[in-house]
Design a protein around this ligand. Structure first.
Ligand SMILES: *Cc1c(COP(=O)(O)O)cnc(C)c1O
Length: 356
């Protein structure tokens, strides 16, 4: 028997979630599949959506070229744009669309020999203040792009800093800053949280990411409430069961003391697989179809669960860490992080199993 730890990937759910995003408004949606498709496999995600996605968005030109080399023909947008002149040339050669967020990128472009026109999206900062030109500098950047015969200005884009929060006041402020401007090309604004909140009527292209994988970024709306289905189910199995007496401790640091005589199950997964080490005692783990609690510290290859109330659980019983039965957003919250990080940190040790 091989190690039972694996990530099942249900691609029909990726398509379901993409359709959910698309149906929220009548807008187009570029599926965000950066960072290896949020750990799900970038090319596999693109292939699963190739029949329906209006386009794909990735972080860097390297990722976009990988998609092209894998035969993906849809529009591909690079959210960070080109890092240098050579990347402008690569973008032109592979018909990759680039965000332009800084005047330096236009200087680099002037040094590049483009083999074909490059479609660009001007990235404006409306409150995130990470990438993007200031609103007041946007008209000059637009003029510079439009005066360049090798560039086609396709969209103006901006990114929300707080659309995941229940208090939507800053989100509304950012929206207002963007839609009150007279732009010469259509807007692209929404990330997943904004799509789940109904999107922005004035935009043309949304950029959903995390929701496609079946997780809700909104603190006040669960994935279930948003009608999303998990693509990834992270599974393992019990490799040992044993009894401890009330007062015995379990695991490194003796951080958990059995409050009663207990039955402990040992699961073949740990932080070496990407399960978060900071998941505390009480984090839900499903064993043999029953909800149980993680107890004690997560180790590199194993973790321990209290299976006292699941007498049928035995060596070989199936375990789910997140997915269909255990909400990834709940695990992330308890571990002090977000589902994005849990997905991205799943390590190569975990085999990915494709289901339709
Ligand atoms: C990552 C990213 C997105 C997608 O964000 P989600 O919260 O995953 O939906 C959209 N736009 C930009 C600019 C991004 O960097």
């Amino acid at each position: 028997m091989t190690r039972p730890t694996r990530a099942l990937l249900k691609w029909s759910n990726l398509r379901h979630n993409y359709r959910k995003a698309r149906e929220a408004t009548s807008h187009e949606a570029y599926a965000v599949i950066k960072s290896d498709g949020y750990g799900h496999g970038m090319v596999a995600c693109a292939n699963a959506l190739s029949g329906e996605a209006d386009g794909f968005a990735v972080a860097c030109v390297d990722e976009a070229v990988k998609l092209r080399n894998a035969g993906i023909r849809q529009p591909v947008l690079v959210l960070e744009g080109a890092y240098d002149a050579e990347e402008w040339e690569q973008a032109s050669e592979h018909h990759i669309q680039l965000a332009v967020h800084h005047p330096q990128q236009l200087k680099d472009r002037a040094e590049a020999q483009l083999s074909d026109d490059v479609a660009v999206w001007l990235k404006v900062s409306s409150g995130m203040n990470r990438l993007g030109v200031k609103l007041e500098d946007a008209p000059e950047m637009i003029a510079r792009i439009r005066n360049d015969r090798g560039l086609i200005l396709r969209h103006v884009m901006s990114h929300f800093a707080t659309s995941d929060e229940a208090d939507t006041s800053f989100y509304e402020e950012q929206k207002q800053r963007m839609i009150s401007h007279a732009w010469p090309v259509p807007l692209s604004l929404s990330n997943s949280a904004s799509v789940i909140r109904g999107g922005v009527a004035e935009e043309k292209v949304m950029r959903p990411g995390i929701m496609l994988y079946g997780s809700s970024p909104c603190e006040d709306i669960s994935a279930l409430e948003a009608g999303l289905k998990p693509v990834m189910t992270l599974q393992s199995a019990l490799i040992s069961v044993h009894n401890v007496k009330a007062g015995d401790t379990v695991g490194y640091g003796c951080t958990w003391t059995a409050p009663r005589d207990s039955r402990i199950g040992v699961v073949a997964i740990g932080y070496g697989d990407g399960y978060p080490r900071h998941a505390p005692t009480g984090t839900p783990v499903n064993v043999a179809g029953q909800s149980c609690s993680l107890v004690g510290r997560v180790s590199m290859d194993m973790l321990t669960v209290d299976i006292t109330d699941v007498p049928e659980a035995t060596i070989g019983s199936p375990v789910e860490l997140w997915g269909e039965l255990v909400d990834v957003d709940e695990v992330a919250r308890l571990a002090g992080t977000i589902s994005y990080e849990l997905y991205c940190r799943l390590t190569q040790r975990v085999p990915r199993i494709n289901l339709q």
